[in-house]
Structures are given as C-alpha cells and as structure tokens.
Design a protein around this ligand. Structure first.
Ligand SMILES: *[C@@H]1O[C@H](CO)[C@@H](O)[C@H](O)[C@H]1NC(C)=O
Ligand SMILES: *[C@@H]1O[C@H](CO)[C@@H](O)[C@H](O)[C@H]1NC(C)=O
Ligand SMILES: *[C@@H]1O[C@H](CO)[C@@H](O)[C@H](O)[C@H]1NC(C)=O
Ligand SMILES: *[C@@H]1O[C@H](CO)[C@@H](O)[C@H](O)[C@H]1NC(C)=O
Length: 357
C-alpha cells in the first residue's frame, strides 16, 4: 500500500514535471527544432531564368565550394570577413552577387576581377576599409551598393586619382558611409541614381555631379544639414537646371527667404561644370550608339540565321519528299514511317526557333 502510494506520488511528480515542461520548455524546444529545420548548407534554384546559390543567413565564415555555373550568389547575412583572390575566382559566370550584412573588411585587389559578367554587387553593411580600384573596371557592373560601410570613407579619397571608371554604373549607393567630402569619380556617363543620403557632408558643389550627365535622381536625405544654406544654392540650381530629382526629408530650408536672397552662381564656375557635363554627354552618346549598333547587328544576324535555318529545313523537307517519291511505299507504310519523322521535324523547328529568340 505504501509502495503503491509512493509510486503514485512519483507518477504524479513526473506528470507535473511533464506538464511544466510542456508549458515552459516548449519555447526552448521549438527554438532548437527551428534551428534543426533551417538548412545549414547552400541551396540551389532557378530564379528569373538564372541558376542561383542561396547561402544567406547560415552563419558561414567562408564561402563553401559551390556548383559551377551559378549566375546568382546570395551570401548575405553571414560572417565573411575577407574576399581574397581565390574566394570567387572559379565562379566567373556570376551576374548578381549579394554580400550584404557580413563582416567584410578586406577585399583583395583581384578578388572580383574575374567576374566579368557581374552586373550587381551588394556590399552593404560591412566594414570595408578600402575598395579595390579594379571594381570600377568591371565591364558589366551596373549596380553597386556600398551603403552602411562606416570605414569606407577613409579610402575614398584614394580613388580620386585613379584611372577612369569603365564599369557602366547606373546605380551607386554610398548612403550611410560617414562621408564628409564626396569622391571625384570622373565621368560616370550612365549613372542614373546616386544615393548619398545619411552622410555628414561638409560641402557640396555642382562639380560633384557635372560628370554624371545621365543622372535622374540623387538622394541627399539627412546629408546636407551641416552645409550653409547659401553654399547649397549652386548645387540645387544645377539639379534644377539639369532636371535632376533630388530627394530630401525636408525641403522647407530651400523655400525660405534666406535661400532666395543667396547670391547667384558665378558664371565662370558654371562654365567649367558645363564643359564636364558636355564631355560626359559626348561619351554617353557614344555608348548609346554602340549599344544601338550592337542591337541592330543582333537583329540582322538573328534574322539572317533564321532565314538560313528555314532555308536548310526547306531543302531537307524537299529532299525527304523526293526520297519518299522515288521509293513509293504502300500508303499504309507511308503513314507509319512518315508521321513520327514529321513530328520530329516540327519539334526540331520549335527548338531552333526557341534558341533564336
Ligand atoms: C538611399 O539609401 C537610404 C539608406 O541606405 C535608403 O533608406 C533610401 O531608401 C535610399 N533611397 C532611395 C531613393 O532608394
Ligand atoms: C540653366 O542654366 C542656364 C545657363 O546658366 C540658364 O540660362 C538657364 O535659365 C537655366 N535653366 C534652368 C531651367 O534653370
Ligand atoms: C568668379 O569666380 C572666379 C574664381 O572662381 C573669380 O576670379 C571671378 O572674379 C568671379 N566672377 C564674378 C563675377 O564674381
Ligand atoms: C551649357 O551647355 C549647353 C549645351 O552645350 C549650352 O546650351 C549652354 O548655353 C551652356 N551653358 C553655359 C552656362 O555655358
């Protein structure tokens, strides 16, 4: 009886424990489960007709060996610290590279130079000390995100006297980088969007923008508060003159009487910027002409190829027709043999047409 009672007590305690655990331990357990359920290696999938490796948020401190031929690599939100010459050298087909939210402080000079197809590079929210100059020579790079790199401003002045930018940059994001003086990029004839918001700029001048003749939008939110209102006027007027949309959190400073009464631009100053602008325009025109010529050439060679394929197909069909006529098989046999091959021909045409478009 006593033993029974004891057993009952033990069972009760165990039951209570289980109940307690079910309510309080459950949180810890689901967390552990969640961790277990999360993939701990890169996954692969097709997106936008491209093959991509997704390795985001895996707490990795180095890029593992990946399948070759990837065009997208999402390695954001990891613990990568260095990009060395061989980190990415075997993935030359990468077009979109996302390395935001890592701890990258070092990018070796040759780390990205083999990525000649690279179009978008996101290095946001790292601690990059110095950008390799070769990034600006990448022949396909159109979008470069450097936002949230608090140390990068120290190396930007170094970029002042480097070779002209060859990358066809359309978007440059330098927001939130503690920049005081904007770098001189030289001519960026294709740049459309320049994000320099959230920087403690101490000066701003039309010459920072005159070499960007395709510029449509500049974000200067929270960046010009330290600049005297009259020192802003030349740049604001430049934006207005060149139809550049500039984004600000608060436009009221520019609508004040104080701004109105600031002296207007000095003409000679304006002419220098205008000359740079016109130089940039000439380069832009050249680029656009090359693009247009390439497009025309592609259309011409495409249609020529299509014509040739059609012609060869016609010859082939005629040939088959002749062969069929000389052999003159019985009608039943003709039906049996010709139908599948006819289908195959049709499929071949479809495949060829697909390849062409
Ligand atoms: C510019 O960058 C800031 C901060 O990184 C961001 O919040 C903002 O949306 C960007 N501006 C535009 C127009 O995309
Ligand atoms: C642009 O600048 C030129 C030359 O300084 C000036 O004559 C013209 O009025 C300006 N245009 C606008 C829209 O501000
Ligand atoms: C314009 O600026 C230049 C130097 O930047 C100066 O030599 C010239 O006198 C100025 N012209 C006027 C009209 O203020
Ligand atoms: C700037 O260049 C444009 C285009 O060549 C010209 O029409 C305009 O008058 C120039 N403005 C100044 C201030 O030189």
């Amino acid at each position: 009886m006593r033993i029974m009672y004891k057993m009952y007590r033990i069972n009760e305690i165990l039951f209570m424990l289980a109940l307690y655990c079910a309510t309080t331990c459950s949180k810890g357990m689901t967390e552990i489960e969640a961790l277990g359920a999360k993939p701990n290696h890169c996954t692969y999938e097709y997106a936008y007709d491209m093959y991509g490796a997704h390795c985001a948020d895996l707490r990795l401190s180095k890029i593992p060996s990946l399948r070759s031929g990837i065009e997208i690599l999402d390695f954001s939100d990891n613990k990568l610290q260095e990009l060395t010459g061989d980190t990415l050298s075997s993935y030359t087909s990468i077009k979109f590279l996302y390395l935001a939210d890592n701890q990258i402080y070092l990018i070796e000079d040759d780390a990205l130079s083999s990525l000649t197809d690279l179009q978008t590079l996101d290095l946001s929210n790292n601690v990059i000390l110095e950008l390799p100059k070769k990034i600006f020579q990448l022949p396909s790079l159109r979008k470069l995100y450097l936002r949230g790199n608090p140390l990068i401003h120290m190396g930007l002045n170094d970029l002042v006297s480097f070779q002209p930018v060859k990358a066809p940059l359309e978007l440059l994001d330098l927001s939130n980088c503690r920049i005081k003086v904007l770098p001189k990029w030289g001519i960026l004839s294709q740049l459309i969007f320049y994000n320099i918001s959230h920087n403690p700029l101490i000066s701003i001048d039309p010459h920072h923008f005159s070499s960007m003749c395709n510029l449509g939008k500049v974000d200067i939110t929270d960046s010009i508060d330290n600049i005297k209102i009259c020192d802003l006027k030349p740049t604001i007027m430049w934006f207005q003159n060149k139809s550049v949309y500039f984004e600000l959190a608060d436009y009221s400073r520019l609508n004040s009487g104080e701004y109105e009464s600031c002296p207007v631009l000095n003409g000679t100053h304006m002419n220098i910027n205008n000359a740079t602008f016109n130089l940039c325009k000439a380069e832009l025109l050249q680029v656009q002409n090359i693009k247009a010529a390439r497009k025309t050439w592609l259309t011409i060679s495409g249609s020529l190829f299509g014509f040739l394929v059609g012609f060869i197909l016609l010859l082939y069909i005629m040939h088959r027709h002749n062969v069929a006529q000389t052999k003159k098989p019985s009608p039943e046999k003709l039906k049996e043999t010709k139908k599948p091959s006819g289908d195959a021909d049709k499929r071949a045409t479809v495949v060829l047409l697909d390849n062409m478009s």
